[in-house]
Design a protein around this ligand. Sequence first.
Ligand code: C5P
Length: 413
Amino acid sequence: MFVVVGVSGGIAAYKTVQVVRALVTNGHEVHVVPTEDALRFVGTATWEAISRHPVTTSVHDDVAEVRHVALGTQADLVIVAPATANTLAKMAAGISDNLLGVTILATTAPVVVAPAMHTAMWDHAATQANIATLRERGVHVVGPADGPLTGGDSGPGRMVEPDEIVAAALAAVDEQTTDAGAPHDRDDLRDLDGLRAVVSAGGTREPIDPVRYLGNRSSGRQGVAVAVAAADRGARAHLVAAHVDDGVLGDAERHPGITIERAGTAAELDTAVRAAASEADVVVMAAAVADFSVPEVSDVKIRKEDGTITLDLVETPDILAGLVERRRPGQTIVGFAAETADSDDELRERGVRKRARKGVDLLTVNRVGWQQGFEATENAALFIDGTDEVVAEASGSKRAVADALWDAVRRLR
Ligand code: C5P
């Protein structure tokens, strides 16, 4: 999940470090948005080190990428911890004079606040009215706890413990997805029980010399989401992972229904997928396999002094074509196509042609561009089957697209 953790200016900010750490450890992509005041308690360096992402408080950074809105629109979950009386008041009034305020206004994700303040401020009619307003709008309020406060007093106002905040936040996401009927967390759904699935993910890297390779921008997020969705729904998934971004494998590594095998190059991926496919009911090739590799990898680093160089490239094995050729009876083979297209029609037509050329049962077509498809947490895809029809479309989180893929596979089988 793409999680925004807003931090406002209270001493409890030091406990929020644990909230961020727990989310990152669980494989979530976490972006911290402190207020200026929050940075007086815990500084930028700590937030950046723990979240592994740059941290800014300004709405004027990365203006070209509309970053001030992007954080809110991309978020699957927004947590504000600690939420001071001031930040709660601003939220209730819809004030957006800092990046956190803008992010909160721009999001449709669940928002979870963990208030922290002196008891007198918490009890004040203004704060209570603000909390009531926020609750009415669907904001989840966790705490405050009753106990000793920083000044030596005691009473309600302590921020609840980090693990409680994380649990409340994840529960809020579950609640929203269940309410919306979205196929995000299907722990209860075991419609793939007993199915043996092989899923490839990530981008291959074809070496040129000991320090260089030909690669692509695949993060592996979509393929890993496909494996996790399958295993959540009861399948046994064998995930063949090429290069994936940091943290992306987290959910799969912790899943008892998934085994992971690493493969670096197209040739290695071919060997691994081919072997695993011999015992699989469904094979999903979500990996971005390099189409070309260097036939003779140099043992020494190619140097600039050697002058201009020309790389001879040869085609890599088409793994999908090989799978289709050797298909086991009853086996379903799914391919992915990442296409640039000017219109929806062009995207569909490219998909139909590729589906036929590859001979797969189902082709997942997603649009890619400089800002789309790769590295993002969101995706939009259409699914084309052997009748050349678009049998399903999905957009939203990569998990939502993964669930739509398995729904389509089930209908096909
Ligand atoms: O032709 P294109 O590379 O767009 O096809 C994409 C699909 O083919 C993906 O499912 C990818 O995993 C698979 N592929 C493959 N072997 C290759 C290249 C792509 O299996 N050498």
